[in-house]
Design a protein around this ligand. Structure first.
Ligand SMILES: Cc1ncc(COP(=O)(O)O)c(C=O)c1O
Length: 292
């Protein structure tokens, strides 16, 4: 693991953040999870724009401009040197007083971690994962907007914890109205009648870059893909379902709350729409990467 912090790249064991940083004390900050595929940073500009807009949304002035952040990301990727990797770009409010007041923090902190992660195994990517509908609801847009990728991920962590405690792999998180928002840190897609549907971000999800990539790939394959509000029942009635995220990638869903999802014995990763999207994904990453 390599980390860009305080102007240089160091090993993770040497990268430290003070205990009075409000990123740690209050989850005050924003982050991005970015994939490197084939020695290219995937959709870097889109990640940087989301990062910058999240920072604006919480009134955090990034210590460098977007070109500066891009240089830091590419420098971290080069130092790590792996062809396939995962980057975690983080901006915190910085060191401040022991009260929540962000105006006591005068120097936002930026760091970038390069590592490898595998959230789901190759077997899960074929056989699919088990989802559990959790009791933790996604916060309302006017409470903590889920479209801001903030460091305040307690809601997401508790959703994942509950799903794991109930023996599932991942959480299905609903909003206060009972509509599907997303998984703990991934977007949800269902396929029915050969078409793809994903909930609108206004139902409580991040505007995922993998989600958008799947919509673009679907369009190029002539598969209709739309954003429409979905319920648990829509998932149980679907022909196929999968999750998308930079960390998770494209993960087929095998069951929800102990009920199978889909109608035949085909492995969820081998079902027609899922397979076409998964097979087209590598070429899409090659065409949308920044080399380092
Ligand atoms: C809450 C949440 N939803 C969805 C996603 C998927 O977004 P992306 O595809 O941009 O990684 C993420 C990030 O991985 C996330 O943190």
């Amino acid at each position: 693991m390599k980390v860009w912090i305080d102007g240089r790249v160091v090993d993770a064991s040497e990268a430290t953040v003070p205990v009075t940083d409000h990123g740690l004390l209050y989850g005050d900050g924003v982050f991005e999870g970015i994939r490197i595929y084939g020695r290219q940073v995937f959709r870097l500009l889109d990640h940087l724009r989301r990062f910058a807009s999240g920072a604006r949304a919480i009134g955090l002035a990034l210590p460098v401009d977007l070109q500066g952040v891009e240089k830091i990301v590419l420098e971290t990727a080069r130092a790590f040197g792996q062809d396939e990797a995962y980057l975690r770009l983080v901006a915190t409010r910085g060191v401040g007083g022991l009260g929540v007041d962000p105006t006591t923090c005068h120097e936002p902190r930026l760091f970038c971690i390069a590592a490898t992660i595998d959230i789901f195994s190759a077997e899960q990517l074929r056989a699919g994962i088990a989802l559990a509908t959790v009791s933790v609801r996604r916060p309302a847009l006017d409470a903590l907007d889920p479209r801001v990728k903030s460091l305040n991920y307690l809601n997401n962590a508790l959703a994942k914890r509950e799903a794991k405690l109930r023996g599932a792999d991942e959480a299905l998180v609903l909003n206060a109205a009972g509509r599907i928002a997303e998984a703990s840190v991934a977007n949800v897609f269902v396929a029915r009648g050969g078409e793809l549907v994903t909930p609108p971000t206004t139902d409580g999800s991040l505007d995922g870059i993998t989600r958008d990539s799947v919509m673009q790939i679907a369009a190029s394959l002539g598969v209709r893909a739309t954003a429409e509000s979905l319920s648990r029942l829509d998932l149980l009635r679907a022909d196929e379902a999968f999750l998308t995220g930079s960390g998770a990638r494209i993960v087929p869903v095998a069951s929800l709350d102990g009920q199978p999802v889909g109608w035949d014995d085909t492995a969820p990763g081998d079902r027609p729409v899922t397979r076409r999207i998964v097979e087209a994904f590598p070429a899409f990453t090659r065409a949308n990467g920044t080399p380092f």
